[in-house]
Design a protein around this ligand. Structure first.
Ligand SMILES: Cc1ncc(COP(=O)(O)O)c(C=O)c1O
Length: 424
């Protein structure tokens, strides 16, 4: 695309966008009678317009059937997750047996690490991002302590080189080979929450396996955002949340992936619950845990149907839009945003933007502000922009292809220009 920082260019780009009508399938917070410029799908995605109806169906069935809704509801709750397993699998590039919606992200990381982080005398190390999301850091530390080990002896962090913002692929690979047979597990984010860097998941998985380590990913910022082929890449395990790019609502049900090669391995230790047993025999309530085949065998509790109802319709939108079409639009939208930011940065003398997100990325751009970034951010927020601020001076913005438009990006630029003029 030959980008221009003009209203006409943005309007034409929207007219030519085959996904433009998906915008109407989402509810935007309002500002002065218009949609806000909502660029925070990397934190909480927008509500699908179908969500209320999906919830109403389940609430009505609950009112009508009470407990019998488990089998008599329009969408029987007992096997509710089966209704959207295929769509979930498509979003992360998996076989249906390899995924299941369950619990919350951090809890799921723990459950998966109980099975897949199995330190031995020599092989104890965990490789992770230095600036991982704090919950991941806490999860790793506490897992290590749970095994009676000390985090400082075990956790190996990856950092960007001096003066750089993202972690080089060659540095990840050389670290893996250096750790060699001391490396038990690689566990990093598919996309880093702070910089928006996408990691080369296939290459990292191959390198980890070459030294005999298990490889898992936290896909909080990757699921629904970037192309994933977890099965083909031979990833061992992964976990994600559904409230960011999967638009399934605050704290909604999360998801896990366990590669098919582990599907029938009953020897893997796990923290079990009744929902992890095969659904056919569950109500026989027998002693002795026998896991269901595949990711379902990691389930613990019965399905949170109300949040799953929203997740189900949100995934339907995603699949209808088409993952490859979404990614194609994403590249254009995010590059247009980058173009506009660079244009503004070079034509004002009050504030300078440095984009610290590399080319290999999803929707998010992390903008390092040189100048009074916080004041600029506050002024933009007052004018109807929803972005987020990360100390000390980064603004994260994510134009999301399923509901954001080129005109959103253009208007965002206009608001920045207006706000810069008001800076002291
Ligand atoms: C990378 C990453 N890991 C973990 C979490 C924590 O997720 P939860 O609170 O759903 O467990 C988040 C939340 O935003 C995240 O971005």
């Amino acid at each position: 695309m030959n980008y221009k920082n003009t209203a006409t260019f943005a309007a034409e780009a929207d007219q030519n966008d085959p996904l433009n009508h998906f915008r109407d399938k989402y509810l935007f917070p309002q500002f002065e009678g218009k949609n806000k410029i909502y660029f925070t799908g990397n934190s909480l995605g927008l509500q699908p317009a179908k969500a209320k109806e999906a919830l109403r169906v389940e609430l009505d069935d609950w009112a009508k059937h009470g407990v019998d809704g488990h089998f008599d509801a329009n969408n029987p709750w007992y096997s509710y997750h089966e209704l959207f397993k295929e769509n979930l699998a498509k979003v992360v590039g998996a076989l249906p047996v390899e995924v299941t919606p369950m619990g919350g992200l951090t809890g799921n990381l723990h459950f998966l690490m109980v099975s897949f982080y199995r330190p031995t005398d020599k092989r104890i190390k965990i490789l992770c991002e230095g600036k991982a999301f704090p919950s991941d850091q806490y999860a790793l530390e506490s897992q290590v302590k749970f095994h009676g080990l000390k985090p400082e002896d075990v956790i190996e962090e990856l950092h960007p080189r001096e003066g750089e913002y993202h972690i080089r692929e060659e540095d990840v690979l050389s670290r893996i080979s250096k750790l060699g047979d001391t490396l038990a597990m690689v566990m990093i984010g598919g996309v880093n929450y702070y910089t928006g860097q996408k990691f080369p998941m296939r290459t990292i998985t191959e390198a980890g396996h070459k030294v005999g380590a298990i490889v898992g990913f936290d896909l909080a910022h990757a699921a629904g955002n970037v192309e994933l082929k977890l099965h083909e890449w031979n990833v061992d395990f992964a976990a994600w949340c559904s409230y960011k790019y999967l638009n399934s609502g605050p704290g909604s049900v999360a998801g896990i992936f366990v590669h098919e090669k582990h599907a029938k391995d009953e020897t893997l230790p796990r923290f079990a619950g009744w929902w992890g047993t095969p659904s056919e025999g569950r109500f026989q309530m027998e002693k002795g845990f026998k896991p269901a085949i595949g990711a379902d065998g990691w389930q613990l509790s019965n399905a949170p149907v109300l949040s799953m109802a929203v997740h189900k319709v949100a995934l339907e939108n995603h699949i209808e839009a088409g993952i490859s079409r979404l990614i194609q639009k994403q590249k254009q939208l995010t590059s247009y945003l980058e173009y506009i930011l660079t244009d503004i940065s070079s034509t004002n003398d009050k504030i300078n933007f440095e984009i610290i997100t590399p080319e290999d990325r999803g929707s998010q751009l992390s903008i390092l502000t040189h100048g009074n970034g916080k004041e600029l951010f506050n002024k933009m927020s007052d004018k109807g922009v929803v972005a987020d601020w990360r100390e000390p001076n980064v603004i994260r913005v994510a134009p999301v292809p399923i509901y954001n438009s080129f005109q959103d990006v253009y208007r965002f630029g206009e608001i920045i220009i207006e706000s810069i003029k008001e800076l002291r």
